[in-house]
Ligand binder design. Structure first.
Ligand SMILES: NC(=O)C1=CN([C@@H]2O[C@H](COP(=O)(O)OP(=O)(O)OC[C@H]3O[C@@H](n4cnc5c(N)ncnc54)[C@H](OP(=O)(O)O)[C@@H]3O)[C@@H](O)[C@H]2O)C=CC1
Ligand SMILES: O=C(CO)COP(=O)(O)O
Length: 320
């Protein structure tokens, strides 16, 4: 299976480097100037500085070249995925499409695989997700991920194609669970960052991770996901990583909010849009999501962090 990567951000670049240890990999990005510099300088100075690109990585801004491979890893921000698939639907039909993004599409309320299927209903699609910072993958540090596809034969072929000695993939057919675990952990990570930025302490963060996980499970359950998926790498695993580490952009965005400093980065912060998408779905399905709801009010500037804390702590006392 030939593998191509679509999106030359931090994650696309990191995955390209990891997979290039065993196969030639094409890495497509939309910015011609950046891509030409990456190809000649062997570094993605904008999105993953300090990592030398493996000689097997070919950077291209030609979509004809970028879309040639059998398996395409779509490493685009979730909110950009639908437009990309729509604009390239003819060329993508017949490919194996693996979404590598973590979020819920704000316009439709769909996860990445559902977005792909809504445009290409017969596409072979899946999602690669789990605890994995781009920089760790790029450096070849040990990483374990979940690959979710509903085709039980194809998932094994893709698992083999995408596994390396340092990148260990576990499979599942619970696509919904894998989509939602990765999406919701970003929302909770923003909240954890806010807590730490405001100096509310490690114990408060542990409480938010735990209640955030309960909220995530409640949401996923209502959406038809299986509980064991949420306990795996794509749920619990990624929640643990993202909520406790300042390498996470979601965490750092939240931290800036809690500390009252301005966020000027152009890096992708998926949890921002996903929080609103989740809030809307929760309202329509009557799912209790106090943390996501409070976070939206905080991001909108409707409440202060102190008011958010009071609102969460003063909810009726209940069983765990
Ligand atoms: N970084 C990480 O550690 C990890 C990220 N992910 C997930 O990967 C996904 C991508 O994030 P990441 O790579 O980190 O983000 P970055 O912010 O590093 O990069 C985003 C990339 O997407 C490109 N892009 C944005 N919009 C479009 C578009 N409409 N068409 C084509 N390209 C576009 C950007 O191009 P340009 O530079 O031209 O703006 C840029 O190359 C997210 O869903 C994230 O959750 C998953 C695991 C780890
Ligand atoms: O998904 C990630 C790690 O698994 C990366 O997290 P951030 O998008 O918050 O940086």
């Amino acid at each position: 299976m030939n593998i191509g990567i679509i999106g030359a951000g931090a994650f696309g670049t990191g995955l390209a480097n990891a997979l290039a240890t065993q196969n030639p990999i094409s890495l497509w990005g939309r910015d011609a100037q950046l891509i030409e510099t990456m190809q000649s300088e062997r570094e993605n100075a904008r999105r993953l500085p300090g990592v030398v690109l493996h000689p097997n990585v070919t950077c291209t801004h030609s979509l004809v070249h970028g879309l040639q491979a059998d398996v395409l890893l779509l490493c685009l921000p979730t909110q950009q995925l639908a437009a990309f698939v729509q604009n390239n639907a003819n060329k993508l039909a017949g490919k194996i499409l693996i979404a590598c993004c973590k979020g819920v599409d704000l316009a439709t309320g769909k996860g990445p695989v559902d977005v792909i299927h809504s445009i290409l209903p017969t596409a072979s699609a899946g999602i690669l997700t789990g605890p994995s910072f781009a920089i760790d993958i790029a450096k070849g540090l040990p990483t374990a991920l979940t690959l979710a596809m509903d085709d039980s034969d194809l998932v094994l072929e893709v698992q083999r194609a995408l596994s390396t000695s340092n990148l260990r993939l576990y499979t599942t057919d619970d696509v919904q669970g894998a989509q939602l675990g990765g999406a919701l952990k970003n929302v909770i990570a923003i909240g954890c960052g806010a807590i730490m930025g405001a100096g509310l302490g490690d114990s408060a963060r542990a409480a938010l991770i735990t209640r955030g996980f309960a909220e995530t499970q409640r949401f996923a359950d209502a959406m038809g996901a299986r509980p064991e998926t949420l306990s795996g790498l794509s749920g619990f695993g990624d929640m643990t990583l993202t909520c406790t580490c300042d390498k996470s952009r979601n965490y750092r965005f939240g931290y800036a909010m809690g500390a009252g400093t301005e966020w000027t980065s152009t890096e992708t912060v998926e949890g921002r849009s996903t929080a609103y998408a989740v809030k809307a779905i929760a309202a329509s399905k009557n799912i209790d999501m106090p943390i996501a709801q409070t976070l939206c009010a905080l991001m909108d500037g409707d409440i202060t962090l102190q008011q958010a804390t009071v609102a969460l702590l003063s909810r009726p006392l209940t069983q765990e």
